[in-house]
Design a protein around this ligand. Structure first.
Ligand code: SF4
Length: 494
């Protein structure tokens, strides 16, 4: 990854009495660690009680043998968090434990809801109190406040909440898993030794020896209890709009998303890039790990040899773990080491997944030039990112997105590349290869699948320095700001 995108979260759930569900959840979360590194948590259902342990840091930093031994039970859910709403703080770590209307419940959420704030205000007006600043707690408290069966409660969530939410919920006697009407974030169901598992990605099933049953569909509620599992379509799903960045960058290459192995999607992105942006070169390299498969695809399609020109220090983690820009930039040289013996004197095709702010790619190019590369031709597996994401990917404001402000030749000059080629939207769709048009492409096109004006307003207020009260999602500036001269572009829609 050459330029930092901030990440979604990972969720996991298991209902398998007789198995060590806490340990299996630990390994499931370990496989999903790439989706969030700020905090981790596991909650088990044990003899009618929910037991929760959460902490800041990586899964392996939060949990040890003693903690896992305390988490007894026959069912569990877990979460790895990268904060997208709510500050990065211990009490926002998930799963969130809640109680209301006689129900104990733990909830883990992947995604971002675009209209959580007015729903929270409406719940507060009814006397509901909140302990965190997350949209996940708003979903949970709303769920608890609804009358009727779980299917009826989730149906109301689907009607009321817009945005991205793959949810796993644990009660003392059941595990529930649901995916939002657009299916923005992935969620799958698996089978293990007489029990069942749900997870953000199939790689989590593979690591614990579970077998994939299938993806959970948009608007589907899967209930798992002592009688087995059952599925209910609790609302009518519009056409799906899964996040295409799951294929480009977020998901692990060994995960299967909607029937497509991510590694193969990325190979095809490289082949499409080769067709759209051919160039005379001696060697193809990828920026590891997310662009490795695409670089192999580019090399295979052109016949130009492939080599590992950059070696990744695997224990540094993704550069955006450090939210501070200075640390993030330092992180690039901590993360990669160029193989000068391999690349010196060569004309390189360098394949990367995306360019967001354009802060990291110039450092990678500089590093390759210092190692002796003669020419550097950047090839990017995504179209130019010109619009922010409101569905759980904290990529940047529009003003920070380099492609929103510079032309392609200007971006090439800024990053110091000899040439730059972005994959076209059509090429990307062909590469992902899912029939129909089931993807969100809003960060490229600005065509959001749900209204996002409220989130745009929040972003604009934050940029205007009027922001949101530290720990509370209540806006503290009034609407007059929106039409003030020089008001940020996002206010006017983009
Ligand atoms: S806007 Fe971009 S990053 Fe966000 S959900 Fe849509 S495709 Fe994914």
């Amino acid at each position: 990854m050459g330029d930092p995108l901030q990440e979604a979260c990972g969720v996991f759930g298991i209902f398998a009495p007789g198995l060590d569900v806490a340990r299996l959840t630990f390994y499931g979360l370990y496989a999903l660690q790439h989706r969030g590194q700020e905090s981790a948590g596991i909650c088990t259902a044990d003899d009618g009680r929910l037991r929760l342990e959460t902490g800041m840091g990586l899964v392996s930093q939060v949990f040890n043998e003693d903690l896992l031994a305390r988490l007894q039970g026959g069912a569990a859910i877990g979460h790895t968090r990268y904060s997208t709403t709510g500050s990065s703080r211990f009490r926002n770590a998930q799963p969130l434990l809640m109680h209301g209307h006689g129900i104990d419940m733990a909830l883990a959420h992947n995604g971002n809801v675009v209209d959580a704030q007015p729903i929270r205000q409406a719940l507060e007006a009814e006397g509901v109190t909140f302990e965190t600043s997350t949209d996940s707690e708003v979903i949970g408290k709303f769920l608890l406040a609804q009358p009727g069966t779980w299917a009826q409660r989730f149906a109301r969530v689907m009607q009321r909440f817009h945005g991205a939410y793959s949810l796993v919920v644990l009660t003392p006697d059941r595990l529930l898993a649901a995916r939002d009407p657009l299916g923005v974030r992935p969620l799958c169901l698996g089978r293990i030794d007489g029990g069942y598992v749900v997870a953000s990605e199939t790689c989590a099933l593979d690591h614990i020896g579970a077998e994939l049953v299938r993806s959970i569909a948009p608007c589907e509620l899967v209930t798992i209890d002592a009688r087995g599992w059952r599925s209910e379509q609790v609302a009518t799903a519009p056409s799906a709009r899964g996040c295409v960045f799951e294929h480009i960058y977020f998901a692990r290459p060994d995960s299967v998303l909607d029937g497509q192995l991510v590694y193969e999607s990325r190979m095809r992105m490289g082949a499409e890039l080769a067709r759209e942006h051919p160039v005379e070169a001696d060697l193809v390299i990828g920026v590891p790990d997310s662009a490795t498969a695409s670089a192999v695809g580019y090399a295979t399609a052109t016949g130009i040899p492939y080599a590992d020109g950059l070696v990744k220090n695997r224990y540094v983690g993704r550069t955006f773990i450090q939210p501070d820009q200075r640390l993030r930039e330092l992180g690039v040289s901590l993360k990669f080491n160029p193989l000068s013996q391999i690349i010196a004197g060569k004309r390189l095709v360098v394949v990367d997944d995306s360019i967001v702010r354009g802060t990291t790619t110039p450092r990678v190019i500089q590093m390759l030039r210092h190692a002796g590369a003669r020419e550097i031709h950047m090839r990017i597996c995504a179209p130019p990112i010109r619009h922010p994401c409101f569905f759980g990917v904290d990529m940047a404001t529009r003003a920070e997105l380099i492609a929103a402000n510079l032309t392609v030749p200007e971006v090439a000059a800024h990053i110091g590349a000899d040439s730059l080629g972005y994959l076209s939207l059509e090429g990307l769709k062909r590469a992902v290869g899912v029939p129909g048009d089931p993807f969100c492409l809003a960060c490229f096109t600005g065509d959001y699948p749900v209204p996002v004006q409220l989130e745009m307003d929040k972003l604009a207020l934050e940029r205007a320095g009027l922001s949101i009260d530290g720990d509370s999602p209540h806006l503290v500036a009034n609407a007059a700001v929106y039409s003030a001269p020089g008001a940020p572009e996002a206010v006017r829609g983009s």
